[in-house]
Write a protein that binds this ligand. Sequence first.
Ligand code: FNR
Length: 365
Amino acid sequence: PDLGQIYNLSDFEFVARHTMEKTAWAYYSSGCDDEITLRDNHLAYHRIFFKPRVLVDVTNIDLSTTMLGTPCSAPFYVTATALGKLGHPEGETVLTRASAQQDIIQMIPTLASCSFDEIVDAAVDQQTQWLQLYVNSDHEITRKIVQHAERRGIKGLFITVDAPQLGRREKDMRLKNVEDLSHVQGDDEDADRTQGAARAISSFIDTSLSWKDIAWFRSITKMPIILKGVQTVEDSLKALDHKVDGIVLSNHGGRQLEFSKPPIQVLAELMPILKLKNCQDKLEVYVDGGVRRASDILKAICLGAKGVGIGRPFLYAMSTYGVDGVYKAMQILKDEMFMNMRLLGATKISDLNDSFVETQSVPAY
Ligand code: FNR
């Protein structure tokens, strides 16, 4: 179908499933084990209801916001997803170009197919980019990556903390014929390629990473530090104690620990506790996983998230229609947001708060 026939983010997924190369589809779409967490990430949004306000003047709607201090056109960002060239010959730079046109922030993955500098060079003007970091067992390598990123103008360091080992993605493992990954940073000659694309590229990740390392990151960079992959209220409060700038409540899109709770549910538990402690302004809280509609984005913002990350939908849009596809996916979300905010009776992002949502169907903490 041509792009004009795409009406929502699931349409991109449908086209991708039927047109993408098998290996790429398996790597992008898979979750860990039985993919229950993968599905529940999205389903959890269905347990939250809106409480719309009528008779509000909703003539002018403004979606713009700031994330980590930088302005952007809407409260969602392109999260880090590895191996962009499996889906499109120009890889992650496709996401960069669409993000520039839409004024949306892009998080660059450590395991991008394009080199880090290629992705930064593809940026237009002062386009905001963040870096997702897999910490190398050799911290000198990590120090160089981080300091190089800071010199190149990266505005946030997202340290992935949910993946000391990559989860079992069986769909991916069944396709033993893994592509040549030699162009990927951190590729390991001895990696076992029969375990699927994920395992083949991840053997460098530091399994000893712990809370005490946060101080070291602080000492090597002035970039805001955000922990990506926090999965509980307990760890969120620990993150607060360690004075990081933010967290991403995330279970890696259901690719790591099966039965890790849906991030939107953790958000609903966390924010009242942060408020009680009067700490809601000390930590920017982001969520990702299963966001497929503007209503999902709005629910997260109402519950206190500063922004949401979106992974697979942009990968599917990129793989099927390139830059135009990703641009359209972002536009669909913005159009849906406009409509939903009008119907909700809110005109700007700062209007949104928990009085617009009903979370009684979310199990209490
Ligand atoms: C990811 N994700 C991810 N996260 C990360 O920190 N480093 C990485 O290299 C990757 N790679 C990656 C590849 C693919 C194909 C996917 C689908 C995901 C996780 C990602 O940043 C994010 O947490 C999820 O994608 C969010 O879920 P949705 O939006 O895909 O449902």
